[in-house]
Design a protein around this ligand. Structure first.
Ligand code: 5GP
Ligand code: MN
Length: 327
């Protein structure tokens, strides 16, 4: 399958009038930044735009200029000529929005995941983009939209969060070139960093303590995992959103090649996240074994089983996987 060119995407967006924008379930900084920047850009072009996500926006992203764009759910008789999915590798990632998308004539799929299933009428899939925010930046430039300080902050947030503060292997000269432009356009790195990473509730740091006390290792210490139970969330008055980034503590250990987090969801299912430090350990393949997906070094899946069973089956597969790729 061929990705549409950026001018084809720009033309498709120019043609539409009434837009519905969304990102994946449990939205993250990239998805939220990308959808908000694109929504503001389309509004500048006098389009009607509504953004609806399957799950709420974590509080650390509420500093972005979201006002007047977002709705909790799709209104009953709303009409959209065009729907845009940002950072969704497959329709299932749309969550509750999947049904609404089925009834909309033109679907535009903008994503950077290698496993994208090309589910749109237009597909703009660029795995080399560090964040979907980068793709939205390119689209807005192509459409000659004026990027205001609010939009610049959105795209900066996308890139900041998806590159692990400019540290992951997806960080390139191009990332920094775009970020240079975003700062010139009014994005403030200090304010954004503080809003995203230094606005934690006391409970979130207590949760970190609970989670770190679950840290476990494979015998060779190349695999480390943490477990987040519903009880831990309850005891610290936190929720799933507060667990974002906790897996990085397991990955930060020198001997660790693969870090895993097991999170008990309210639904009773278990969310499993994988992180890898080296290119040889392709955790996208690991997540795929459990019907999930993602990138080479960051992936995830949801398993409909108890925490105990999930840990058992996933760890077994991971240790087998590691054996096959002995250093
Ligand atoms: P996280 O572990 O932070 O939720 O996600 C890491 C990466 O894996 C992201 O790129 C995300 O899109 C992908 N990912 C996480 N969970 C799932 C899932 O259940 N299905 C798929 N296809 N991808 C996932
Ligand atoms: Mn992303």
């Amino acid at each position: 399958m061929r990705s549409n060119s950026i001018s084809e995407i720009a033309n498709a967006l120019r043609k539409g009038d009434d837009f519905l924008l969304t990102t994946h379930v449990h939205p993250d900084g990239d998805g939220i930044g990308a959808e908000t920047a694109l929504a503001l850009g389309l509004k500048q072009l006098k389009k009607t735009v509504m953004v609806v996500n399957s799950d709420p926006i974590p509080s650390n992203y509420c500093f972005l200029p979201l006002e007047g764009l977002f709705r909790d759910r799709v209104p009953k008789h709303a009409y959209f000529s065009c729907a845009v999915a940002l950072e969704c590798s497959e329709p299932e990632r749309l969550g509750k929005l999947q049904e609404t998308f089925r009834g909309i004539e033109t679907i535009i799929n903008i994503d950077h995941h290698p496993g994208n299933t090309w589910f749109g009428d237009y597909n703009y899939v660029r795995t080399e983009a560090c964040a979907v925010g980068e793709q939205v930046y390119d689209i807005l430039k192509t459409m000659k939209v004026r990027i205001d300080p609010g939009m610049a902050a959105c795209i900066y947030t996308s890139i900041l969060t998806d590159t692990g503060s400019f540290s992951y292997s997806n960080t390139t000269w191009r990332t920094h070139e775009i970020v240079e432009d975003l700062i010139k356009l009014g994005a403030n790195p200090t304010d954004i960093y503080q809003a995203v990473y230094e606005s934690n509730s006391p409970g979130k740091i207590q949760l970190l303590g609970e989670i770190l006390s679950t840290l476990s290792f494979s015998p060779d210490k190349r695999v480390a995992w943490v477990t987040m139970t519903r009880k831990a969330f309850k005891d610290t008055h936190t929720s799933y959103e507060d667990a974002e980034g906790m897996i990085n503590y397991a990955r930060s250990i020198k001997t660790v090649d693969i870090a895993i987090s097991f999170t008990e969801l309210n639904s009773g299912k278990v969310k499993v996240s994988f992180r890898s430090k080296t290119h040889e350990q392709d955790v996208n393949k690991l997540a795929a074994l459990f019907n999930g997906g993602g990138h080479t070094r960051a992936s995830g899946c949801v398993i409909d089983d108890t925490l105990e069973n999930t840990k058992k089956q996933v760890l077994e597969r991971v240790l087998l996987f590691m054996k096959k790729s002995v250093k």
